[in-house]
Design a protein around this ligand. Structure first.
Ligand SMILES: Nc1ncnc2c1ncn2[C@@H]1O[C@H](COP(=O)(O)OP(=O)(O)OP(=O)(O)O)[C@@H](O)[C@H]1O
Ligand SMILES: [Mg+2]
Length: 234
């Protein structure tokens, strides 16, 4: 559960992240500009490809930086109605190289008839990427991640759902209660903030996050939007 010390740590971390993001921005755009410059000279295809992936990676960091800065300014939360499918496709694209390296197949099944819902695209991208990253880390190597979007009726409400399922190691009963806690991690290099950040972002859209998991079988995360109760600013 949240306690005051952890809330405080989280706030400090938020500030740290924002100032770090700010400081990384300039050198990063210098790197990107220089890579673009090198690309214009006479180079072979192999080098070009490698420069291209550096540029892609730099763009990705830039995006994260902007998201972090957006997030720290996020009292004005620019949510617009849009499709969950677009942001999902983008996340899959971003993760595709890592998927290949780890021999993880990412299988999507997107319902293109789902209605738009309100969210901030960068923040939602961060949510999907966090869920996919956790899925990849649970698999480690050789497995499948299924990503779905669909409408479903739940407790009388028509909801729009994004599902991320993995064939990874699953979560023990004991750990199921802990995974949303700030700083809870069982990874060597984890911060234990990924899911807390997802929750915080989704709260801002009035969307929910739940999961089901079976140890040694896999895990399935659900993000649900209620179009009748989403993005309505009072
Ligand atoms: N798909 C999943 N399969 C198995 N365990 C998971 C999954 N997603 C989350 N977890 C568990 O929940 C914990 C918390 O996840 P969270 O994303 O908040 O932090 P993290 O992944 O450990 O660290 P970080 O996100 O900073 O890299 C993980 O350490 C892991 O034990
Ligand atoms: Mg994580």
């Amino acid at each position: 559960m949240h306690n005051k010390v952890q809330d405080n740590k989280l706030q400090i971390l938020g500030k740290l992240a924002a100032s770090l993001a700010h400081e990384i921005r300039n050198p990063l755009s210098a790197i990107k500009l220089n890579l673009e410059f090198v690309k214009m000279s006479e180079i072979n295809d192999e080098v070009r490809e490698s420069i291209n992936s550096c540029i892609e990676a730099a763009k990705r960091i830039q995006n994260l930086i902007e998201t972090t800065l957006d997030f720290s300014r996020s009292s004005i939360n620019d949510c617009v109605p849009q499709s969950l499918n677009d942001v999902t496709v983008l996340a899959i694209e971003i993760m595709s190289t890592r998927a290949k390296v780890l021999n993880i197949s990412v299988i999507d099944s997107l319902d293109y008839t789902i209605p738009s819902v309100y969210f901030n695209k960068n923040q939602m991208l961060q949510v999907v990427l966090n869920l996919m990253t956790n899925a990849f880390e649970a698999i480690e190597k050789n497995g499948t991640v299924y990503i779905k979007t669909y409408s479903e009726k739940l407790d009388g409400n028509q909801l729009i759902t994004l599902e991320v399922e993995d064939t990874g190691k699953g979560i023990s009963e004991e750990n199921k209660e802990k995974i949303f806690n700030d700083f809870y991690t069982n990874k060597k290099h984890g911060t234990g903030l990924g899911l807390s950040v997802c929750k915080m972002i989704l709260d801002g859209f009035n969307a929910s996050m739940t999961f089901e998991s079976q140890l040694n079988k896999g895990t399935r995360f659900f993000v649900r939007f209620n179009p009748n109760n989403n993005g309505v600013t009072e």
